[in-house]
Design a binder for this molecule. Structure first.
Ligand code: NIG
Ligand code: FE
Length: 425
């Protein structure tokens, strides 16, 4: 053939496809053994999509005579799908290093929050920050995520708690999307906390009757692209009724439901999510067995966040029970001023050690299932022909090194590729 392509990655020791039959998600059995090609190659076209993936020998003969803009010899290396981070809060000013000290000294998350710290501290700083400052901070965090192998990331607003700052955050996410290669799924999380000076009912009313209609208008004119709606459904934050009201209003304007539930107290969030057809519920440290069954039934994925359980010393989410019940389990970093972690390899490592997931399960949860949680699993999350050419290439003879090693991933991750372009080497 005399055709030309963007990239050939050849002779990798292992190419981890994750799945090979167009699955939109994997549950326990599918997660336990992932599709892996020994000695494989990948071809990515000028449209950024995968044209071929499989045995190096077969691809070499199929593409004899073809030209490539770029050829990477991956001998001794492993190729994995770009990682998907299904839950982050990356737009904010003012860090909370002082609160880390308070928590180490024994304060709980809710004690800090109720004393006016936590989310409220970050809200005060984010309200007074300029859009340029927030954008620069977001860009540098997204760069760090990319260097750790993340190629698609969910990004929430939620440190405004009033319209102008929420819109400022969504605009910053929109600008990052246009200036960086990493792909973003944007989430409106105006119900992240009840703002000081308002009741929960007033905050709910403001979101449903004022903020969401404004966002709808900005989406229609192309000024904003928002994908998901989120609420922090928690005792002392938004109760089940307010949560239902906000999520339903978001769903009515075409947003995917993806919210925080059952983290510190059992709230029946899982039942609500299943009933509303939520794509994902995050946290779930306190979910009940019935809630797990409802999620499995509704194909509502569970986005588990081991960094949060780790830093707040919560009992970790019951990943094994969820997997046994057939729930679609995904992972996220939950990057935020409480859990300052940009690295999905670190998250996978924690998921294995703290939540008893296997390495293949952790990888499936950070690729195809995380893509499902963001409604992108038709195009992302596995290395299959026709999907987007997003790859992580590691300098190790087995892919499991990405999970086994913790910290120092700069030395391990050799290339990160998005749509066939090298974005980090
Ligand atoms: O997912 N639980 C609510 N939201 C975040 C924390 C945000 C913050 O503390 O700033 C979470 O852990
Ligand atoms: Fe969160």
């Amino acid at each position: 053939s005399s055709s030309s392509f963007r990239l050939l990655v050849k002779n990798a020791t292992q190419v981890v496809l994750v799945c090979r039959n167009g699955e939109k998600y994997l549950t326990r059995n599918g997660m336990q053994t992932l599709a892996v090609v020994e000695n494989g190659s990948v071809v990515i076209g000028h449209d950024g999509l995968i044209k071929a993936v499989g045995s190096a020998e077969i691809i070499e003969s199929q593409f004899k005579g073809a030209t490539f803009d770029n050829v990477l010899d991956a001998s001794g290396m492993c190729v994995l799908p770009g990682l998907v981070d299904a839950h982050t809060h990356p737009v904010w000013a003012g860090d909370r290093v002082h609160e880390f000290a308070m928590k180490l000294a024994g304060a709980t998350y809710m004690e800090v929050h109720e004393a006016g710290g936590g989310i409220h501290f970050t809200v005060a700083h984010t309200r007074s920050a300029t859009q340029q400052h927030l954008l620069a901070a977001l860009q540098s965090r997204l760069e760090r995520m990319m260097r750790a192998g993340t190629t698609l990331v969910e990004c929430k607003s939620g440190y405004g708690l009033e319209m102008d700052t929420e819109l400022k955050m969504l605009r910053v996410i929109h600008a990052a999307r246009q200036s960086l290669p990493i792909e973003i799924s944007a989430t409106y999380c105006g119900a992240h906390a009840v703002p000081k000076g308002k009741t929960m009912e007033e905050a709910t009313q403001d979101i449903v009757a004022v903020q969401l209609p404004k966002i709808k208008e900005l989406m229609a004119s192309g000024d904003l692209q928002v994908d998901n709606i989120d609420v922090f459904c928690e005792k002392g934050v938004f109760d089940l009724n307010s949560t239902r009201c906000i999520l339903q209003a978001g769903k009515d304007m075409g947003l995917n439901i993806n919210f925080h539930g059952d983290e510190l107290h059992p709230m029946n969030s899982a039942h609500l999510g299943a009933e509303l057809g939520a794509l994902a519920i995050s946290h779930l440290e306190e979910v009940t067995d019935d809630g797990i069954a409802a999620m499995a039934n509704a194909k509502t994925s569970a986005v588990l966040l081991p960094t949060t359980a780790y830093i707040l010393k919560l009992s970790p989410p019951r990943a094994r029970d969820m997997l046994d019940a057939g729930v679609i389990v995904a992972l996220g970093s939950d990057f935020n001023p409480n859990a300052y972690c940009c690295s999905m390899p670190m998250v996978m490592h924690l998921a294995c050690v703290m939540m008893k997931m296997s390495m293949p399960e952790a990888l499936a949860a950070s690729t195809i299932n995380a893509a499902y949680a963001l409604n992108r699993s038709q195009t992302h999350g596995s290395l299959e022909t026709g999907k987007q050419g997003d790859l992580v290439i590691i300098n190790a003879p087995r892919w499991e090194h990405l999970v086994y090693q913790f910290g120092g991933h700069q030395e391990l991750i050799r290339y990160v590729i998005i749509k066939g372009e090298i974005v980090y080497e």
